[in-house]
Each structure stands twice: as C-alpha cells, then as structure tokens.
Design a protein around this ligand. Structure first.
Ligand code: ADP
Length: 455
C-alpha cells in the first residue's frame, strides 16, 4: 500500500473514530438523562394522583375516567394504590393493568423508600405515601414515548452525520495526503533521474526547512560527497592507466628486442618467461581498467548499430586463432531473414570483450575445447545468445558467486585467469540493459545465456 493511501486511511479512520465516540457518548448521556427524568416524572405523577385521591378526595371513577381518556392521546401514567402488605384500594384501569405488581415489589418500596425497574419498555416505580399517619404504597408505570422518539431521532441524526462526515473526511484526507507528499514525490522524481554518469542534478531546496527539506539537504550533501569520490576515482584510473600502460608497453618491446639480440637458449628461456608474465600483467591491468571504467563512465560509451552475428564470427575466428585446438560452432536458431535480423545497437568493442570472455572460459574449463554459440531472436525483438560447453560445469552454490569480481573456483581455476572475466561480461551486458544467466551441471557442461533487448 502506498504511503499516500496509508495516510488517507489513517486520517479518515482517526477522524471518524473521534466523531463516532463523541456521538456515542452524547447518545449514552441522553439515554441516561431520559431515564432519570422519566422516573422523576413518574414520581411526581404518582404523588399528584395520590394527593387527588387522599387529600382532594376526588372520586376514583373520575380519576379512572381521566386516565382512560388521556390514554387515547398520550402515554398516560398508570397509577395504583395499595395498603400493605398487598391490598389494592385504587387502580387507574384494572382491566388494562400493564404492570403486574407483586408483594415483594411493595415490600422493597417500603424498605428502600422507592423502587425503580423496567417492565419491557415501560418504566415502573413503587413508593411509599403517608396520609394521616397511614402508610400506603403507590405504583406508577408509563411508556416514555416522546423520550424514546427523541432518542431515536438523535440516533438517526448522528448516523447521518457520521456517514456524511466520512465522505467529507475522505476528500479532505486525500487532499491533505497529496499536498503533504508533494515535496516527497518531487524528490523521488529527481532522485530517479540521477545516474552514476550524471551526478550533477540536485534536489531543489526550499527557503524554510521542514523535515522533507532537511532530508533533501542531507541527500544533496551525500551526492556532493559521491560526486567528489567518483571524480577522484576517475582521476586515479586515468592516472594509473597512463602511468602503467607506457612502461608495460616499453617493457614488452624491450623483451622483444632482447629476444632478437640474445640467442642463447638459457637467456631465451628467461626472456620468454618474463614476456609471458608481462603479457599476463598487461591483460590483468587492461581488464581491471575496463571494469573500473564501465562502472562509472557510462556516458563515455558510444553506441552504434552493427550485426551481432558478424561480431560472433569475428570472436569465433579470434579464439580459434588464439587457441589452435578450440572448436567453435555458430548455430542460427532463427536464420537471418535479411541483413537487419541480427542488427543491434550497442558498443561493439565492449560486446566483443564480453563474448571473448565467455568463449575463453568455455575453452579453459572443458576438455574437448568445444563451444556452441546459438543465436535467436524472440517476438519482442530481443536477441538471445547462448554459449554452451561440455566442460567441468559449475556447482549450484557457486553459480551466483561467479559474477563477483575476483571470484575464482580455487580447485579448477588456478593459473587460468583472475576472476574478472565474468564480472566484466555481466557489467557490459547490464550496460546494454540486457541480462546474463548461467545454467550448469557439474561434470556435464555450462550454458551462459544472454538476453539483449532492443533499446
Ligand atoms: P577466470 O578468469 O577465473 O576464468 P571468470 O570471472 O571468467 O574468471 O570466471 C569465474 C569463475 O567461474 C572461474 O574461476 C570458474 O570457476 C567459473 N567458470 C566460468 N566459466 C566457466 C565455464 N564455462 N565452465 C566452468 N566454470 C566456469
């Protein structure tokens, strides 16, 4: 889930939770108040009716008639009067009698002064009433129709409010998240454009510094340091390249001159050994320089269009010339339909180096010195090249490591190289936005497959 969506959801959830909690507390408070107030109303009603009955001596039939006539229009309080322990002396409407009083109920009222309870939705009280030193018990019951209607109304309004507010909050949260994350989005877009070969870009800084501006400033400082260190690396490589190449070339020339001059067998042997070491040093040095350059100097690499199958033929011939016992076969999985079938835009010199490394490895690590190159093109115009040998193979746990610079299998690679070839080949293929994969079985052979998409 994106940070923007997380913020929208969190913000909306918190706002809706707060509002719902308030609405719930208010509803609970109203319900409690309604209950208390209605019990008070019942008490007053019960007392008034008892006063009318005992003090004003109103005729019980009249009281009952008033009750029955009111009952048709409002939720009238139903009153009954008892003498302890349980003798009914007055009832508003015995035939209706919603509340069924019990002797225990009356006893509770006598003991505690007043007794409250619910019978379904009806609220009921029982309380003692003293008249001319005689104690009576009055019960009053009624349904708080208007109170419940009011509560219901409050519930409906709260729900609509929460529902409407949720939509509103969601819109506000979306605007808020987009607005807050805008600087971060701009920052990621800029960072995305920064490449190793173009470290000049910087994130624009704001006048005032908030957390994101601080992050941008720290990132810009990091880029400054990186740029300086890449610059230093470039200079070191250029410097070393110049300082080493000249004396190494001179050394090789001097050995050749010495070979011409000194024909004695012993001297020739020493010179040949020195020459072989010097050549090895030259190869290692050039590979190292290539690897270093390919890592930082991508802008220096020029891309041109060439036929990749032609380049493979050149590599095949070169390898066969270099190693007279090498057998290399080039196999077209898809025959070229025209000159453009295997036309490819890349750097032919670097590609040649990558292919040569793979061919040399097939030669070095196999007994039959045979390598089959297959070339194909898929529907997406990706050129697929594989180098297959019948050599010693690579163990499964080693297959990931072989692309690391300086990695060599200690048992079989002794004196056969420096562990740079595959790292360099991979780097070159990645520069061309391609991939290199290995599939191998110990004792049977190895296949390196290159996928080179059109770009
Ligand atoms: P090296 O110069 O040692 O050949 P590479 O980077 O070219 O360095 O190869 C790294 C390691 O991968 C080698 O030491 C070898 O063990 C293994 N390797 C590479 N290619 C093959 C192959 N075709 N068959 C078997 N092992 C291979």
């Amino acid at each position: 889930m994106t940070l923007r969506n997380k913020l929208i959801l969190l913000f909306s959830f918190l706002a809706i939770l707060t509002l719902s909690s308030f609405a719930l507390i208010l509803y609970w408070n109203s319900a409690k108040n309604r209950e208390i107030e209605f019990f008070e109303v019942l008490e007053k009603e019960a007392k008034t009716k008892a006063d009318l009955y005992f003090i004003e001596k109103v005729n019980p039939n009249t009281l009952s008639a008033i009750y029955k006539s009111n009952r048709a229009t409002i939720h009238e309080v139903e009153v009954a009067i008892y003498t302890p322990p349980f003798t009914l002396i007055y009832h508003d409407a015995v035939e209706i009698d919603v509340v069924k009083e019990t002797p225990e109920m009356l006893e509770q009222a006598l003991k505690n002064g007043i007794y409250h309870f619910y019978q379904e939705d009806w609220q009921v009280i029982a309380m003692p009433y003293i008249h001319e030193e005689e104690t009576y018990i009055i019960t009053a019951a009624a349904y708080d129709g208007s109170g419940y209607a009011h509560l219901q109304n409050q519930k409906r309004t709260s729900l609509w409010l929460i529902f409407g507010f949720s939509g509103f909050v969601f819109i506000i949260a979306s605007i808020f998240a987009v607005y807050s994350l805008r600087p971060l989005k701009k920052m990621t877009e800029t960072i995305d454009k920064i490449q190793v070969d173009d470290l000049n870009k910087r994130i624009p800084l704001k006048k005032y510094e908030d957390e994101i501006a601080k992050l941008a400033r720290i990132f810009n400082n990091l880029l400054n340091r990186l740029q300086n260190s890449f610059q230093a690396q470039k200079e070191v490589v250029a410097h070393i390249s110049h300082e080493f190449r000249t004396p190494l070339t001179a050394l090789l020339m001097e050995i050749e001159i010495a070979e011409e001059q000194f024909k004695e067998e012993a001297i020739q042997e020493v010179l040949s050994s020195i020459k072989s070491d010097a050549l090895k040093m030259k190869t290692l040095f050039e590979s190292l320089m290539d690897l270093a350059k390919s890592q930082y100097d991508q802008s220096q690499i020029t891309f041109s269009r060439f036929r990749i199958d032609d380049l493979l033929i050149v590599c095949k011939e070169k390898t066969e010339k270099l190693y007279s016992n090498a057998h290399i076969r080039l196999h077209y999985k898809k025959l070229p339909e025209n000159v453009d079938t295997y036309s490819y835009k890349g750097n032919p010199h670097l590609m040649q180096q990558a292919f040569m490394n793979l061919l040399e490895n097939a030669y070095k690590y196999s007994k039959d010195k045979t390598c089959t190159i297959s070339i194909d093109k898929d529907a997406n115009h990706t050129i697929i090249i594989s180098f297959e040998d019948n050599g010693i193979g690579i163990a499964a746990n080693e297959q990931e490591k072989i692309f690391q610079a300086f990695y060599q299998n200690k048992d079989n690679a002794k004196g056969k190289g420096y562990g740079i070839g595959l790292a360099l080949s991979q780097q070159i293929i990645h520069l061309h936005k391609g991939t290199i994969q290995v599939a191998s079985t110990l004792g049977k052979g190895t296949v390196f497959t290159l996928n080179l998409p059109e770009f």
